[in-house]
Design a protein around this ligand. Structure first.
Ligand SMILES: NC(=O)c1ccc[n+]([C@@H]2O[C@H](COP(=O)([O-])OP(=O)(O)OC[C@H]3O[C@@H](n4cnc5c(N)ncnc54)[C@H](OP(=O)(O)O)[C@@H]3O)[C@@H](O)[C@H]2O)c1
Length: 347
């Protein structure tokens, strides 16, 4: 069983999920953590991964390194998404088997499920009908690696677990307004509007410098108000894409990390089967989410819904029964999680 001296490798430790895992492990007294940035160790390079595992022989591995991105990136670079994610997955999983890793947790995502999967999506609806075409390349790579883990367990007796987390938000999130996920994007938009409302132009300039806005906008532009306007933040209103009627689930990455450390410590792949959803099983109307964020950020103006913009599928929710039956449940409410997230952002 994983103990305080066990050697643990967190792949992708600078990312949203990997950094939450590292924080959670340290908070729980696990200090023997190995971590490398992609510049130090390119996980698509098979011989480099082999050398690293030969030298370090990590006992426990969290495989949270991946090429990830939003819908635009997925549509523009499908070859990179399928190649890099299959390469990272096969290299790490194979080296873990070869050098005796005791347990590995592999991260998939909810996009592995069919486009029209019944809601809430249960683990057993995997591969029952066609995938969403916009991120098929990414989903196929994720499915390939979860099957790889399953068949390595079957043939080599390894203990490799796959988890499918719901949408995450939290520290070290992506705030590029072109590629970010909904929650960090909305939070930043309200924050920029609040700065405008308070005539805090130095705050606005600093924010734009810290996190480039995307869309080819100049983060150093003299007229920072027009840059904020271009991403939907005005001094009297915030523009939100879609009509706010779709429902989504969001989980704080510290909750996901808590679930994964719990599984790593207490469960084996035999308890879990092929994979398990990490989800609270409750979603929220986007309109309600917008109001929560507006209140937490403290913006006083109005919200304008731009219904000419796309808003995605009406509902996407994962079933929570399996993870709950394994003895874990989420601890961070959406309101508390966003509050904590905004406090971190302000720092
Ligand atoms: N975010 C979500 O909402 C969400 C939801 C469900 C599942 N997941 C899954 O969780 C995993 C992590 O996602 P994330 O949101 O944390 O992504 P992220 O913030 O983009 O972090 C990914 C990390 O992977 C590393 N990486 C990428 N390519 C690499 C390479 N060739 N070699 C070594 N390292 C490489 C990067 O390292 P450097 O920083 O050093 O370049 C980066 O820190 C993914 O498998 C994703 O599918 C995420």
């Amino acid at each position: 069983m994983m103990n305080k001296n066990s050697k643990i490798y967190v792949a992708g430790h600078r990312g949203l999920v990997g950094s939450a895992l590292e924080r959670c492990l340290k908070k729980n007294g696990y200090e023997n953590i190995v971590a490398k940035s992609s510049a130090e160790l390119d996980l698509t390079n098979q011989s480099a991964v082999d050398e690293f595992f030969y030298a370090e022989k990590p006992e426990y591995v969290f495989l949270a390194a991946a090429k990830v991105g939003g819908i635009l990136a997925n549509l523009s670079y499908p070859a990179e998404f399928i190649y890099k994610n299959i390469a990272i997955g096969t290299n790490v999983v194979h080296a873990a088997m070869k050098y005796g890793t005791k347990k590995l947790i592999n991260f998939g995502s909810s996009c592995i499920y069919p486009r029209l999967a019944p809601q809430p999506m249960k683990e057993d609806c995997l591969l029952t009908s066609e995938l969403e075409s916009t991120n098929e390349a990414y989903a196929v790579a994720k499915i390939a690696i979860l099957k790889l883990c399953r068949y390595y367990n079957q043939q080599y007796g390894t203990n490799f677990i796959s988890v499918m987390p719901t949408n995450q938000y939290g520290e070290n999130d992506n705030f590029n307004m072109e590629t970010a996920h909904a929650l960090p994007m909305l939070m930043r938009r309200f924050h920029l509007a609040k700065l405008l409302q308070k005539n805090d132009f130095s705050g606005l300039k600093n924010d734009l410098k810290k996190y480039p806005p995307g869309f080819g906008l100049d983060e150093n532009a003299e007229n920072s108000e027009s840059v904020a306007n271009a991403v939907g933040a005005y001094r009297d209103k915030v523009v939100v894409w879609g009509d706010g009627s779709s429902r989504r689930e969001f989980m704080n990455s510290d909750d996901l990390a808590d679930a994964c450390v719990y599984l790593m410590k207490n469960k084996n792949y035999k308890d879990i089967g092929e994979f398990v959803n990490i989800t609270s099983g409750t979603d929220i109307l986007l309109k309600d989410l917008v109001e929560i964020i507006k209140k937490i950020v403290g913006f006083e103006g109005v919200v304008e819904y731009d219904v000419t913009k796309p808003h995605g599928t009406p509902r996407k929710l994962m079933d929570t029964s399996k993870i709950r039956s394994l003895g874990w449940e989420p601890k961070i409410s959406l309101r508390d999680g966003i509050k904590k997230f905004y406090e971190w952002y302000l720092k």
